[in-house]
Design a binder for this molecule. Structure first.
Ligand code: ADP
Ligand code: MG
Length: 738
């Protein structure tokens, strides 16, 4: 038995500069991979592995097999092939059973690293060119002949064998392959990670009892094995542990948030059944069962003094607005205020109109408030200052608006219910400030916060919902109103474009209307990088606008000169936008050409055609949102998808849209096609890919949630678990889920 002496030199927080073997040039390159310290490096996980663990004698090699051989280099030389202008490095290697040629292309420097007479380990695929040879193998030098006995295959005992494998890095084992960047190869990462692993001790923050009951390996073990596993089982064990870590942290954060949220107080809003029944009976339609259930859940929640934090998830067109309106009505009737915030002015105004209409025979002061515009349903005109004053005095009961609602100068007298529509549209920071700002109640009871209802039409698959909305209660509208006809979705080939225009013309003859959506003009230099997001956003808006303007010209001059065409994009002034939306709603515009600003919330039941240019450039969820702009009334509606891409991927995605009718099914599909990383946005969330993958492991998520609840119920401040508490505070800094 041999012992190795490990000296602990590094901890997870050691900066990469302190690792003596990492030269300054490499430090810079590592930074490109986001690696600043030892932790980043050790958590730079392989994305796949090459299985080179089969070490065999040369005589036993077979064509096309991936294998490792170990032997002595008898000859090595560089050959220039003039025809192809390539350098071929050719070596002959022999073990006790035979000899084989190894060939590398365009790596002439190898000749300095692999010396004649040295012992070497080679892993790669066996190819044939008159004779068998090993093509472009991974290589690594072996200790000299003195150690030969342990390295030779047949004379090795089992324990020797394991020792030999453990010392190998690039060959003769399961070899990790990492995300790379220029100047940082997997080979380099293996080298440096192996050095660090041998001189670093990682304190395990996960309580022993959890590790035991969940049968999870120690953190040190898991990190070692994710990089240098001896078997594929070890990889999955390590992944399970590391995945559990992130899930458990997420759950700790959200369970704690929930506990804290529940410690606060909210104004109880009395549930007035006759009033609600009266309102519902007066609606021009019958509520779906899902709407009734959701409304009941919400009314029940807000009747309590524990603040509600509920997410209303419902497909486009499932009728979320009326559910929220019911809650707002109840709030106003109880003498309190409700705020209804939407991400765009168009949508906020639409909500104002809808609510005004719903409540036309109630005596309820309602206001609309946006950055550049405002309005009320009162008989007299009021300016912005006056409206803000009325909100402060509590004279206005329901306020629909944009982010303008969370400005400092807007104060509520007794805000009891905050509704956030299309909540995913608000940035993470905005949402946080919204929750805080909107809770600023200038009232006698400053400790009370309003009930919070968020709404989204981007359904998160059930598995993910548990993982990332752990602290929210969820109501789902999983039905759309009965009288809806299914929207007919078609992928249109370029040759059929003319036919589509004819089709739109016919629809308009039957008094219907159409949308035409344009994506931005492709601009290769415009690839998103994290730091640029803001300016990219502007650029995108500009490029989208340009595309929409061109399409507008084409349609109004060449294709439909006799029809009334409208143009809507994000760069129009609010008043112009509003005028166009009004005209479209009233039916005086036949075709509305628009950028993706139309995506959310717009409700024009007479529109029956949604034509989407460059459909491959939009995400599935977004396309589904566009499609949801039609089929809102009683007319048969159509969604026509135009795509310039021939790629298999985009064809697959568009087909998913044809086959899937509901947003929930689509979300599940999207998740499958793109993986949770893309689905939530890895960069946006701050979570590494590995933990992303475990987000869909429903069972693991459930276990993590139970453990988090158990531990926080016993020890809310985690006093007995200082390591855990510390990990959690760091985790909160990097993570940006809901
Ligand atoms: P979303 O959930 O996408 O926000 P909306 O609330 O805008 O949907 O509702 C879409 C349309 O369906 C609106 O015109 C609304 O008045 C109508 N609607 C809502 N509920 C029903 C129902 N139960 N039956 C028929 N129409 C309904
Ligand atoms: Mg909506």
């Amino acid at each position: 038995m041999r012992f190795k002496f490990y000296i602990i030199l590094y901890s997870l927080s050691s900066p990469i500069q302190s690792v003596s073997r990492v030269a300054p040039a490499y430090q810079k390159r590592l930074l490109k991979l986001g690696i600043k310290n030892v932790r980043d490096l050790l958590y730079h996980f392989p994305f796949r592995y090459d299985d080179f663990s089969k070490i065999i004698s040369i005589v036993d090699l077979k064509l096309n097999e991936t294998a490792t051989i170990q032997g002595e280099v008898t000859e090595i030389e560089n050959i220039k092939t003039w025809k192809k202008k390539m350098t071929v490095t050719q070596a002959f290697v022999c073990d006790k059973t035979g000899m084989i040629k190894a060939v590398w292309f365009n790596q002439p420097y190898l000749i300095d690293q692999i010396k004649e007479g040295s012992r070497i380990s080679l892993s790669g695929k066996i190819a044939f060119d008159g004779v068998l040879f090993i093509s472009n193998p991974a290589y690594e030098r072996l200790p000299p002949a003195a150690d030969r006995q342990t390295m030779d295959n047949e004379s090795r005992t089992t324990s020797d064998k394991r020792f030999a494998i453990r010392d190998l890095r690039h060959t003769g084992r399961i070899v990790p392959i990492y995300p790379e960047t220029s100047g940082i190869t997997s080979r380099y990462l293996r080298y440096i990670i192996q050095i660090i692993l041998s001189s670093c001790f990682i304190e395990d923050w996960l309580p022993q009892e959890i590790k035991k009951s969940k049968n999870l390996p120690d953190l040190n073990e898991a990190i070692k094995k994710i990089h240098f596993p001896d078997s594929f089982q070890e990889i999955s064990r390590a992944k399970r542990r590391l995945g559990f870590d992130e899930l458990f942290s997420i759950q700790l954060v959200s369970v704690r948030q929930k506990f804290q949220w529940q410690k606060q107080r909210a104004p109880g809003i009395e549930f007035n059944q006759p009033l609600i029944k009266n309102f519902v009976d007066g609606l021009p339609f019958k509520l779906t069962d899902a709407q009734r259930t959701a409304a009941w859940e919400i009314l029940n929640d807000i009747s309590k003094t524990v603040p509600m934090n509920r997410l209303l998830e419902g497909d486009v067109g499932s009728g979320k607005t009326v559910v929220a309106a019911i809650a707002a009505l109840q709030t106003a009737f109880d003498g309190k205020q409700a705020a209804f915030m939407a991400p765009t002015e168009i949508l906020a105004r639409q909500h104002f109109e809808t609510i005004k209409h719903f409540f036309s025979n109630q005596d309820l002061p309602i206001a609309f408030l946006a950055g550049s515009d405002c309005q009320t349903n009162l008989p007299r005109h009021f300016g912005k200052k006056e409206i803000i004053e009325k909100i402060k005095k509590g004279e206005i009961k329901i306020i629909a608006g944009t982010q303008a609602l969370i400005q400092k100068k807007v104060e509520f007298k007794n805000l009891a219910l905050a509704i956030v529509d299309e909540q995913h549209r608000f940035g993470v920071a905005q949402r946080a400030s919204l929750q805080n700002n909107i809770s600023r109640i200038k009232d006698d009871s400053p400790k009370e916060i309003p009930h919070l209802l968020s709404m989204t039409a981007t359904p998160i698959p059930r598995t993910l919902a548990l993982a990332i909305y752990g602290d929210l209660d969820i109501s789902r509208l999983n039905q759309v109103p009965k009288d809806r006809k299914e929207i007919i979705t078609k992928i249109v080939k370029p040759a059929e474009r003319q036919k589509s225009y004819e089709f739109i013309r016919q629809q308009i003859k039957q008094s219907r209307q159409a949308f035409v959506i344009c994506p931005r003009i492709e601009n290769e230099s415009n690839k998103e990088t994290g730091a640029q997001i803001f300016s990219d956003k502007r650029k995108t808006a500009w490029l989208e606008t340009k595309a929409a303007e061109e399409e507008y010209k084409k349609l109004s001059k060449e294709i439909f000169p006799d029809l009334k065409i409208g143009l809507l994009h994000g760069r129009l002034k609010p008043a112009q936008k509003q005028k166009i939306m009004k005209e479209f709603s009233a039916g005086s515009i036949d075709i509305l050409v628009s950028t993706s600003v139309i995506e959310i919330g717009i409700d024009v039941p007479n529109a029956s055609v949604m034509m989407i240019e460059g459909a491959d450039r939009f995400g599935l969820a977004q396309l589904h949102q566009f499609r949801g702009r039609v089929g809102r009334g009683k007319h048969q509606s159509y969604c026509l998808l135009f795509s310039q891409s021939n790629s298999k991927d985009s064809a697959l995605r568009l087909r998913a849209l044809l086959e899937t009718k509901t947003g929930f099914d689509l979300a599940e599909k999207d998740l499958l096609l793109r993986g949770p990383g893309d689905f939530i946005g890895t960069r946006q969330s701050g979570l590494p890919d590995l933990s992303m993958a475990s987000l869909t492991d429903f069972e693991l998520v459930r276990q993590a949630k139970n453990e988090a609840t158990a531990i926080l119920s016993k020890d809310p401040e985690l006093k007995k678990y200082p390591l855990l508490a510390e990990k959690l505070s760091k985790f909160k800094e990097i993570i940006h889920l809901e």
